[in-house]
Design a protein around this ligand. Structure first.
Ligand code: 5AD
Ligand code: FES
Length: 348
């Protein structure tokens, strides 16, 4: 797809042409990753964060926010729960928290792999290459780190007052790739100041980085963050709607047909009725049910009214299985690695 071809989709409103886009993405999804929807149990292990991202509800700016850090045993209990609920992967996510030390995380990963045999995905922010390498050696399979926007200037505005820019983030993604991780990244859709040209370049970046996983969701303003009070946007401001997020999912599927693409919590948050189902029908093939202990969930509110914040792991598992069955799809078995990764490592 050329830049202009991608860009033209964003302003498309014709129902028949949109239907064609959904069908094309859905067909590619079926052909390359099949009808199975893989479930990844998400454990939000710490809401401490040293970064000051202008969009995020758990950034270091939130001096009023109560902070938590789960113990090793609490995380291991969640991994056991993931296994019991039939998930193939556990995702350990946190703010950028240096007190989750390299050694501590490495031992945790080793224990989960030994005890449960699950695939382990880490999402712990930008960490030094030595730690990423240590975790990979300990058995970590995948890493998620969104680049948020490929517009360097917008990225800098979102991370004002920090000494790391977009180039640093992309360097970490390339390092992850070099270390043999299955690499996931992605962007928010409809960030104040983000244009359709930016989104089209984001799609090209998915290709350039040869991503194995692509996470996409609408930007949801959080009133306790600076970005909630942004001045009026340019005329070609990208909309932070469900429709726009679905277009990005479809385009990501077309750009990287063999990648794993989740129906994200952000989409489920702006459309609680059937946001995930809609995403699964326009290119997505993964869902990440929340496994975080209920007492911690309200403290991990990166954006407001986050879906599932008041639910238990058991409830979410049942809810998601029902939704997947209702649209005629199957629950994934095994680890659910992306074919793009397996091909790269010649495991198939
Ligand atoms: N709205 C939507 N998504 C957000 N994220 C962070 N803050 C918001 C927000 N206000 C996303 C970022 C981050 C991921 C964990 O959550 O893309 O990488
Ligand atoms: Fe959590 Fe539906 S997935 S309530």
């Amino acid at each position: 797809m050329t830049h202009d071809e991608i860009k033209s989709r964003f302003t498309e409103t014709d129902p028949r042409r949109l239907e064609r886009l959904w069908r094309q993405a859905n067909e590619l999804r079926r052909r390359h990753v099949g009808d199975e929807v893989h479930l990844r149990g998400l454990v939000e292990i710490s809401n401490h964060c040293v970064r000051r991202c202008a969009y995020c509800g758990i950034s270091a700016r939130r001096t009023d926010l109560k902070r938590y850090r789960m113990s090793r045993d609490e995380v291991l209990d969640c991994a056991r729960e993931a296994r019991r609920l039939g998930y193939g992967t556990v995702v350990l996510q946190a703010g950028e928290d240096p007190r989750l030390t390299g050694q501590w995380v490495a031992e945790l990963v080793r224990s989960i792999k030994d005890q449960q045999g699950l695939a382990v995905t880490l999402s712990l922010g930008e960490r030094p290459a030595e730690e990423l390498s240590l975790w990979r050696s300990a058995g970590a399979d995948r890493y998620l780190l969104r680049f948020e926007t490929s517009n360097e200037e917008l990225y800098a505005r979102l991370h004002a007052g920090e000494d790391r820019g977009l180039a640093d983030r992309l360097a970490v993604l390339r390092e992850l790739r070099r270390l043999g991780y299955e690499v996931g990244s992605g962007v928010m859709v409809g960030i104040p100041g983000q244009t359709y040209d930016d989104l089209a370049r984001d799609v090209r970046m998915f290709e350039e980085l040869e991503l194995d996983m692509i996470g996409l969701g609408p930007f949801i303003p959080h009133e306790a963050t600076p970005l909630a009070a942004e001045p009026p946007a340019p005329h070609d401001q990208a909309a932070n709607t469900e429709l726009m997020a679905r277009k990005m999912i479809a385009l990501a599927r077309i750009a990287r047909p063999a990648s794993n693409i989740p129906a994200t919590t952000a989409i489920a948050t702006i459309n609680t009725a059937d946001g995930r189902e809609m995403a699964l029908e326009c290119g997505a093939n993964v869902v990440m049910p929340n496994l975080t202990p209920p007492e911690y969930r309200p403290m991990y509110e990166i954006y407001p009214a986050k879906a599932c914040i008041a639910e238990t792991a058991e409830h979410c598992s049942r809810c998601i299985r029902g939704r997947i069955a209702a649209i005629g799809r199957k629950i994934g078995t095994g680890h659910g690695d992306s074919p793009s990764y397996l091909h790269r490592h010649a495991k198939v």
